[in-house]
Design a protein around this ligand. Structure first.
Ligand code: GAL
Length: 463
């Protein structure tokens, strides 16, 4: 049931809202969020005894501690996230730098749980939250990933405290919807990644006389991988199988490339069996692709794989555009001349979105600092600092795009021109975590045995 409303939400994440710009969206309908209480004051008050003004450099641009009770003691803000890989660390640091400029008195405790696509974060966060010892905030996908927390009332409604008029007016409607899966606004989205990208090393393709823009559909890509394998020494498709999410997301892109987004919505709505042949066909093709991945695929992370592409030892990478964040942090590896990207074959016009957000767990150890951080994460300044480095575009419509560079400017244009922005399964927004983990188990097995029958059954059972 919620799947249906979710797809409606996603359809609303359209270019109109970007084009409309800020201001005109000030009255966007998100009724029903302002009636419940929960202003974040149910935990300890965050005064953790640390008294020093921690070496702030005197930039006192703090804009007033709204809601503060007058205490001026430094507070600690613990953040759990997984941004430690290729370039993501830099984006995260840029975000913290901006926050520190506005709130030099807040001491940040950085607590990473490394692992692509949050593969290690769930256990850490869930145990902490269930034990009543949550961090101040943590990284999580908006949409369905939030529901185990909202079901148990473990996230504060920040619809009044953080989501003021200004912020509501500036965000894309569809993104706001994802931040309130159960009615209350509980998350602050900070970015929009695109998932359906096919990145490539330009000179590797040139040397092999391959033109990526000529590949029309997922089957066509297989032909190119075969050619690269036969005629070059490079790895045709640099893909990791250490953790199952990359194969799951590749299957999503193949499926959308072959079938289109309506069928994809049917699948994430849980009706897998009416599309049995189509689901199997995407699995078949995925199995064929897996013939052309690195020997060490089972022991590398996504960014280690991407290093192989940067070094010129691999041709293609299917990955979210966080991969582009890694290219910008690599020395002398330039967009256009050294790397480029086409939408995954068959998915032009689709901007499959992957969004990250931060939340306010109840029983919060630092309510005031958490609120300040969430306010900041929702600001123009934060999104302007974070996204160009991260390889994503902002969910606010009023962020100046001048510093986003050629690649992200093109992605932004693609987003504005896209027909649809379906959510990703492998990145939590599309399906509830229980379904996602069952699918991950299925694709972990598939990485090993490439058994289409078993994988098909696994997908049916997962839903
Ligand atoms: C996604 C996340 C991205 C990026 C990626 C790779 O789930 O939304 O921001 O971190 O995983 O780890």
């Amino acid at each position: 049931m919620s799947h249906d409303s979710r797809s409606d939400d996603d359809d609303r994440l359209t270019r109109r809202h970007y084009v409309a710009g800020a201001g005109t969206l000030a009255t966007v309908g998100i009724a029903g969020c302002s009636d419940s209480g929960g202003d974040g004051s149910d935990g300890s008050d965050g005064s953790d005894g640390s008294d020093g003004s921690d070496g702030s450099d005197g930039s006192d641009g703090s804009d007033g501690s709204d809601g503060s009770d007058g205490g001026d003691s430094a507070s600690e803000l613990e953040i759990i996230h997984w941004w430690t890989a290729g370039g993501e660390q830099d984006a995260y640091q840029a975000l913290l730098d901006g926050f520190r400029e506005e709130h030099p008195d807040v001491e940040i405790t950085d607590n990473p749980a490394p692992g692509g696509a949050g593969s290690a974060i769930d256990t850490v966060v869930q145990n902490r939250v269930i034990d009543g010892n949550p961090p101040s905030t943590f990284q999580i996908w908006p949409g369905q990933a939030l529901t185990p927390y909202t079901d148990e009332g473990l996230l504060e409604d920040i619809g009044d405290s953080v989501w003021d008029e200004e912020m509501r007016g500036a965000y894309l409607d569809g993104v706001i919807d994802l931040a309130q899966p159960a009615g209350d606004l509980v998350a602050v989205p900070i970015n929009i990644h695109r998932l359906n990208n096919l990145f490539f090393n330009v000179s590797v393709l040139d040397d092999a006389d391959v033109d990526a823009t000529d590949i029309d559909d997922p089957q066509g890509l297989l032909g190119v991988l075969e050619t690269l394998d036969a005629e070059t020494d490079v790895t045709p498709l640099v893909h990791q199988t250490q953790s199952p999410w990359s194969s799951l997301q590749l299957w999503e892109s193949i499926f959308i490339g072959q079938q289109g987004v309506d069928d994809y919505q049917t699948v994430i709505g849980g009706d897998v069996s009416s599309l049995e042949d189509e689901v199997r066909s995407a699995l078949d093709l995925l199995a064929s692709y897996l013939e052309y991945i690195p020997e060490d695929a089972g022991s590398i992370s996504w960014d280690q794989g991407n290093d192989q592409l940067i070094e010129g030892n691999a041709a293609f990478l299917h990955q979210g555009d966080w991969a582009a964040g890694q290219y910008s942090s690599a020395d002398g590896f330039e967009f256009g001349s050294d790397w480029d990207m086409v939408p995954f074959p068959g998915t032009t016009g689709v901007y499959q979105s992957v969004i990250d957000s931060f939340v306010f767990p109840t029983n919060n150890p630092s309510p005031e600092a958490t609120e300040q951080f969430l306010n900041y994460a929702g600001s123009v300044d934060a999104q302007e600092r974070f996204n160009p480095i991260k390889g994503s575009i902002p969910p606010r419509t009023d962020v100046p795009m001048d510093e986003f560079g050629d690649f992200l400017s093109r992605q932004f244009e693609d987003f504005q021109n896209s027909n649809t922005q379906p959510p990703a399964i492998a990145h939590g927004t599309a399906v509830a975590p229980a379904i996602q983990s069952a699918l991950e188990e299925t694709f972990a097995n598939f990485n090993e045995n490439r058994d289409v029958d078993a994988a098909y059954q696994g997908i049916v059972d997962a839903f």
